[in-house]
Design a protein around this ligand. Structure first.
Ligand code: FES
Length: 583
């Protein structure tokens, strides 16, 4: 039985529906216009369901149905569900990158929750940036909140062979270009690689972030691993609808249970899953919204002692459907043992430890015991040096070991167009020892910090059999990519970071074990180059893009907008806390 800490007149929605004035009459008459009588909503928690469904988000097609299941649960528990569409961020379609719009979704989510009569919130997302975007916005409002992860799609299929999102597209594309498969075969791959609703089914950014949300306690236990089209996913949605109503009466809010230790748990889980480097940017942004300090150094510290035990692509063998059948995230967390702090509370009112205490692993090759980890530690490394004074990241597990310590001459591309135009030129002055550098690919430079970080190997080297080389940029990298790619270089080149000052032929040294990335250029010479450097012309002259360029922060602090930080103290600050008067 839920312990009620609130009376109906304490509900936030009471200000819309319960008071006796003309405004309240307006709200009730317009609710009647939608066919609801007072008995449907008066004195009940209003649950805002922020749904990121759209025809441009192939991963969320089932949300049209799932939202009905969430509503069913809300009705069952005595709440009043209202569905509110939120920006969809369809990773597969949106250009130049959904990362340009993550903060816009976060703003939209925050303002929708703020401006409508919400007592509790259900967030429906999953496709890459929708998870951090929705969570960042909801944390800023801090009403009782549960996240419904979209769930991964089923395994891909091509003539009985399993296909995985991302990696198999590249594999079969190469086969087509090599003439080993026909256009007809290629179309069969196209039709079978994404054959159900749901997010990419490798441990890419989507599954990394929904798993992190679960570890933070923002989903019901086990929710993030359930395949999108499994009937148990529908049950989870209904259960979420029931639970959020209780959370409103209990007044259980995310900031009541999100702590530094819960974020450590999320980072540790991402590392143990072999998750996407994108999680670094998103988790830092989410933690800052929760008022929890989390920085790059903490990722490096935790990475050194965290084994990778989930045998999932792109680093491993299996897909998310296999992970679910093997026991899912609950079993994985149990296998992580003392590396996870089980005392942290979660949205179901229990501790994380309690939520996983009866979890079992049903396939020990998919979810390995720690004694048979795929990697003992160091799944991620944070680098610093005169090329990246505020940090850069690399995934050592995904690179050829001989490149862990490497020195080579820089070959610099000033932006993506320059890279595309020259990278395959037969006379490109490049050898396998060169270090490829891409500038203007960061948060402001690209803009939006797209997933360009897996820079292509020049064709002339591919023909010589070269498959990996050191590559450096201020971009991000897809969760399904690999290679000796130094990413998230901060400060980015567009704002005059040292990456902007590298020139062809400069000797660059990567030393993963020493956590260093440096160029052999003297401070005096760098100062001289800095004096000559001119900031590139911004790529937007109006609209949202101008706001983005003016306010987006660097990768090491999560690329959030400065004015969305809880402690923002900008020049035009007012007297309120963002909550408008409600009349
Ligand atoms: Fe939606 Fe990959 S495209 S999760």
């Amino acid at each position: 039985m839920t312990e009620r800490k609130k009376k109906p007149e304490d509900l936030r929605s009471h200000r819309w529906y319960g008071v006796k004035d003309l405004r309240s009459f307006g709200h009730r008459s317009r609710t009647a216009q939608m066919g609801f009588s007072r008995a449907d909503y008066l004195g009940k928690p209003v649950i805002a369901i922020l749904n990121t469904w759209s025809d441009m988000n192939s991963c969320h097609t089932h949300f049209k149905q799932r939202v009905e299941e969430v509503k069913r649960g809300v009705w069952q528990a005595g709440g009043f569900p209202v569905e509110i569409p939120a920006m969809s961020l369809g990773e597969a379609f949106q250009k130049p990158t959904t990362m340009l719009y993550r903060n816009l979704l976060a703003m939209e989510a925050e303002e929708l929750i703020r401006s409508y009569p919400a007592d509790g919130v259900v967030l429906m997302g999953g496709c890459d940036k929708t998870t951090p975007g929705l969570v960042m916005g909801a944390l800023a409002m801090n009403l009782p909140t549960i996240f419904v992860p979209a769930g991964p799609m089923l395994r891909g299929d091509y003539r009985g062979q399993v296909l995985g999102s991302g990696s198999d597209s590249w594999k079969y594309w190469a086969e087509l270009r090599a003439g080993n498969i026909s256009e007809g075969d290629w179309q069969e791959v196209e039709d079978g690689i994404a054959r159900s609703a749901g997010t990419c089914m490798t441990m890419g950014t989507a599954s990394t972030m929904t798993s992190a949300a679960e570890v933070l306690g923002l989903t019901l236990p086990g929710a993030s691993s359930i395949p999108a089209v499994d009937s148990r996913h529908a049950m989870m949605a209904t259960h979420t609808g029931r639970r959020i109503v209780d959370m409103v009466w209990e007044d259980l809010k995310p900031l009541d249970f999100l702590t530094a230790s819960s974020f450590d748990n999320a980072v540790t889980a991402v590392l143990g899953l072999g998750g996407s480097t994108n999680a670094i940017v998103h988790l830092i942004a989410m933690a800052r919204r929760a008022g929890v300090p989390l920085d790059l150094a903490r990722f490096d510290e935790l990475a050194r002692g965290t084994p990778v035990i989930a045998n999932l692509r792109p680093g491993g063998k299996y897909l998310m459907e296999d992970f679910y059948y093997a026991g899912g995230l609950r079993a994985f967390l149990k296998e992580m043992g003392p590396l996870i702090d089980g005392s942290q509370r979660t949205c179901n009112g229990q501790t994380l430890g309690r939520n996983i205490e009866d979890a079992q692993t049903f396939n020990a090759d998919v979810i390995r015991p720690r004694s048979e980890a795929l990697l003992e530690g160091g799944g991620l490394a944070v680098l610093r040096g005169n090329l990246a004074p505020a940090g850069a990241v690399i995934k050592p597990a995904a690179m050829e070991p001989h490149l862990r310590r490497h020195t080579g001459p820089a070959l610099v591309f000033s932006n993506y167009d320059d890279l595309a135009a020259r990278i395959d030129a037969p006379d490109l002055p490049v050898t396998k020892d060169s270090v490829i550098v891409l500038q203007s690919a960061g948060p402001q430079g690209a803009p939006g910090m797209p997933e360009w970080g897996q820079l292509p190997i020049p064709q002339k080297l591919l023909k010589q059999g070269v498959r990996d080389m050191v590559r450096i940029s201020d971009a991000r990298m897809s969760g399904t990519s690999y290679g000796a790619c130094v990413l998230h270089v901060t400060p980015e080149s567009h704002v005059g970071g040292p990456l902007a000052l590298v020139r062809d032929g400069d000797l660059v040294t990567l030393d993963v074990d020493a956590r260093r990335i440096d160029m052999a250029v003297s401070d005096e010479e760098l100062e001289r180059r800095r004096a000559e450097w001119r900031k590139p012309i911004p790529k937007f002259s109006r609209g949202y893009g101008v706001m983005f360029l003016k306010h987006v922060q660097q990768a090491d602090t999560g690329c959030d907008f400065d004015f969305l930080a809880p402690d923002y103290a900008g020049e035009e600050i007012g007297s309120g806390k963002g909550e408008p008067e409600i009349h």
